[in-house]
Design a protein around this ligand. Structure first.
Ligand code: FES
Ligand SMILES: [Fe+2]
Length: 346
């Protein structure tokens, strides 16, 4: 019988610190989509607490730069008026979109100062299907190896066919792994999500696991419903990234641990033609439905966190048929968090 992770891994502040070093510092994270760079040359973002700037120069070269000025660590912003430069909010040093410092007000009196000596560090990034991923680990496994076969698996769904619409987030009073465990199984759908359950064919709901990702998929039953006929895909990229694909729309979710008992779930919403005024009403319905499902998940996740913290529970048996995704995630988690920490907890 395969057992779930022990409760202490969801409640111990030391585990939270270990995870940031052993797991998240070595992981790939979605930071954006190339469609966001169609109208903007630079976007300020956050990568696991590190300020970064996503840029695209005139030649189409995408970069992820550390958004920390080389003068005294101030934050940069895109220059106003569409000028293809970055400007520091603190004392006004300017950089080009490759991160090269090009001017620094009133530094000319210092004969040893040359802007050419100052450059924003570049952070490793990779593209998959239009999504831009970044990692703080120069040694992390190449992204294309991690995602090998995924495009073929989800075909004809194509994340690159979508355009970014907007970002939102929810803050939850639970450990980030409670949210992941919950996302990784459809076992709870008939009990927690009555509306979603009507939309999916629960009997045909399946989970396939691969080396570094797992896919849950189900036919959608309501041919004339909100999403029409097609397939729902729920893809989890280890450790904390999810792609939710329905016909005509995609969401990406990233779960960011804030402490051992709270996390933030970032939602990026994508549509095929968000600029088309005719789709506005449908987008509003999609957002309302998505929010309803999310609130149902938040409620149960926060209750599970209370259960894990109660002292009356340690671990339980996983359902071999319905919780393969949870098992897969928890196995990878153990591998990354290798001894001595996890072994101490059993
Ligand atoms: S910190 Fe950026 S110009 Fe001073
Ligand atoms: Fe759910």
């Amino acid at each position: 019988m395969t057992l779930s992770l022990p409760a202490s891994l969801y409640t111990d502040p030391e585990v939270h610190v270990d995870e940031s070093l052993r797991l998240f510092a070595r992981s790939w994270q979605i930071i954006g989509h190339q469609s966001q760079l169609q109208d903007q040359a630079a976007i300020e973002l956050d990568l696991l607490g590190h300020p970064v700037m996503l840029t695209r120069d005139d030649l189409g070269q995408i970069r992820v730069l550390s958004n920390v000025c080389r003068h005294r660590a101030g934050p940069l912003m895109p220059c106003p008026g569409g000028r293809k430069r970055l400007s520091c909010r603190y004392h006004g040093w300017q950089y080009d979109l490759s991160g090269q410092c090009i001017s620094a007000p009133e530094m000319g009196d210092n004969p040893e100062f040359d802007p050419a000596d100052y450059r924003l560090p570049e952070i490793r990034h990779a593209l998959w299907q239009g999504l831009i991923f970044a990692t703080l680990d120069p040694e992390a496994m190449p992204l294309d190896r991690m995602l090998a076969g995924l495009s073929e698996t989800i075909s004809p769904s194509e994340p690159c066919a979508f355009t970014f619409h907007h970002r939102d987030h929810y803050d939850l009073d639970c450990n980030w792994k409670v949210y992941m465990d919950n996302y990784l199984e459809g076992y709870h759908i008939p009990h927690i999500h009555p509306e979603l359950n009507r939309m999916l064919d629960y009997r045909s709901y399946q989970t396939d696991v691969h080396d570094w990702y797992s896919c849950q998929h189900s036919p959608m039953e309501q041919a004339d419903g909100l999403y029409g006929a097609g397939k729902a895909w729920y893809v989890t990229l280890f450790p904390n990234t999810m792609l939710n694909l329905y016909p005509s729309r995609m969401q990406t979710n990233t779960v960011i641990p804030l402490a051992q008992n709270c996390c933030r779930v970032i939602f990026d919403y994508y549509y095929e033609h968000p600029e088309n005024p005719k789709t506005a009403e449908w987008i509003a319905r999609d957002l309302a439905f998505s929010d309803e499902v999310q609130r149902e998940d938040i409620e149960i996740c926060q209750q599970v966190q209370r259960g894990l913290s109660s002292g009356s529970y340690d671990r339980g048996p996983l359902n071999q048929r319905r919780e393969q995704g949870v098992l897969h995630f928890q196995s990878l988690y153990r591998r990354f968090m290798a001894p001595p920490e996890v072994d101490q907890h059993g």
